[in-house]
Write a new protein. Structure first.
Length: 317
């Protein structure tokens, strides 16, 4: 009779499958350590796939919001500088008129007014980094000022004719469902200033005007300038309020950028927890996989050597 091996074909097949499984697990762990990722396809993340893809999409939106907000914040910062300059020009006009009354001398008043008009027009005709007019209200390729000299301004029947801007005001989406308007138009911020300059130029061109014609103010000139100071003061106050409103927008955008940075950190951390390999855990898993594979190999190899002879008693005497 023959003496068969203890192991059967089924047992051998089972242990071979264990070898294959342990080998695959070892390969997966080694690949995870090498790539730094727990899987190379979405399917490899199992039940976490949906959460992972949703988080990646949310962070992509957040990145788009961040880029748009950065552009808006840059423009608002520029607007702050320029609106502050407009406010300073309004203060200069008030001082020029007040000094003319106080000194009874308006001979240089219109020269100062022309300079203020020129500087204000240059500010209102500013362009952004893309070459678009900032204060054009959507008419980005059209200069927002329709007049180029103080004389032209004074000849208008209405100050509205000084502006060629549209009414569209820029806004930026800073988060899901959150939009911040930040655009301003030339007519919004400068109608008061241009009205004061227009009134002054129209009076100067009239029969009792001509401030440069005499070192001393006439009674009519003095009365007009004295009355104009109150209107210019009110206009300056209104312009200062617009500077403050722009500052409020700047603060909102800064807060949005802070929130976007926090969300970026949160999203990336969440994705990393799913995607990225924890090297300490992976090293432990690698050692375990190696041990499992070695054990499976040893047991399988041993099975091939076992037979009933290993268990038969050895005869004595």
């Amino acid at each position: 009779m023959s003496i068969d091996r203890v192991s059967t074909g089924a047992q051998t097949a089972y242990f071979l499958s264990q070898i294959t499984g342990a080998g695959n697990a070892l390969d997966k762990t080694q690949a995870s350590i090498a790539s730094g990722k727990n899987a190379t396809t979405y399917a490899g993340f199992g039940d976490k796939t949906q959460v992972l893809t949703a988080t990646i999409a949310a962070n992509a939106r957040n990145s788009a919001y961040t880029n748009a907000t950065t552009f808006a914040a840059t423009q608002v910062d520029l607007q702050d500088t320029q609106l502050t300059s407009l406010s300073s020009l309004a203060a200069q006009l008030k001082k020029a008129v007040s000094d003319a009354v106080a000194n009874n001398d308006g001979s240089t008043l219109m020269t100062q007014a022309q300079s203020i008009f020129d500087q204000a027009s240059a500010i209102l005709s500013s362009k952004d980094a893309n070459g678009d007019y900032i204060y054009a209200g959507g008419k980005t390729d059209t200069a927002p000022m329709a007049v180029t000299t103080l004389t032209q301004l004074g000849a208008l029947s209405s100050v509205s004719g000084a502006f060629a801007n549209g009414d569209l005001k820029k806004s930026v989406q800073v988060a899901d469902g959150v939009t911040v308007p930040y655009g301003v138009t030339a007519s919004d911020v400068a109608t008061g200033l241009m009205q004061s300059l227009k009134d002054l130029a129209a009076f100067d061109a009239g029969g009792t005007g001509n401030f440069a014609g005499s070192a001393n103010l006439t009674q009519a000139q003095n009365s007009y300038l004295t009355g104009a100071i109150a209107g210019i003061t009110s206009m300056t106050t209104d312009l200062n309020a617009k500077v403050a409103a722009n500052g409020y927008v700047a603060n909102r955008l800064t807060d949005a950028q802070t929130q976007q940075t926090s969300m970026d950190t949160l999203y990336k951390g969440f994705v990393s927890n799913i995607q990225d390999t924890n090297l300490a855990d992976a090293a432990t898993q690698l050692s375990l996989n190696q041990t499992q594979l070695q054990a499976a190999l040893q047991v399988t190899a041993g099975l091939q050597k076992l037979s009933l002879l290993n268990y038969l008693p050895i005869p004595t005497g």
